[in-house]
Design a protein around this ligand. Sequence first.
Ligand SMILES: [Zn+2]
Length: 258
Amino acid sequence: MTQVNNIELLHWLDHTLEAHKFKDYCPNGLQVEGKTDIRRIVTGVTASLALLQAAVKHNADAVIVHHGWFWKNENPCIRGPKKARIALTLQHELNLYGYHLPLDAHPTLGNNVQLAQQLDLEPERDAQGQVIGCGPDGLVWLGRPKAAMTRQAMSQLISSRLGREPLLVGNADAPVQRVAWCTGGAQGFMEAAIAAGADLYITGEASEQNYHLALENNVGFIAAGHHATERYGVLALGQAIAKQFGVEVEFIDVDNPI
Ligand SMILES: [Zn+2]
């Protein structure tokens, strides 16, 4: 059976995702060290107890997620749900790898580019082929829908592709000309998207002020789900790992309506 060493996998992931380039809110990389040899990997959006239990059931040696542990400003004490997650991980010698911003921004495997593929969005690029972004670290991408459509049609496309009804704010019949998008909880970047010239901003989550910002700037706002918009980066990463090392990789979608 094909296997990969846990540290070799770490180096490949760090290198592929250019983890050193990011100042993040959590450690990126091997967050919990488990067994040395990895034959089977489970990937998922969040290292929740449910995902870890599913990984144990699948006899996984490693779990790779977008939302790992040890976030800045969280209570560091190992109690309650945190104790249960860590205990299960150590008990089964699971390796836990987490990649946050590096997995949002990656040009081919990242959440932003993968969401663009799901929604038939064409990112704007400069003369060197680099994606044109705005907002902090250029995390908000700009582009256009491949086919002409209204905001309502975009909302329907999201519903059918992501399997979840999004929240649409603003004039639903207005045409979509320039879209900005950022997966996950990026509702705070909406003003940067408007300043960059977007007439529709798509992200995962919504806050109260997004409603007023949309109406008063005459732009559209879509909250398509934090979990729903961040399934595709780690899914693509898993496929790349399987191709590179020949190990078994399975993406497990533990549903989350938020
Ligand atoms: Zn996220």
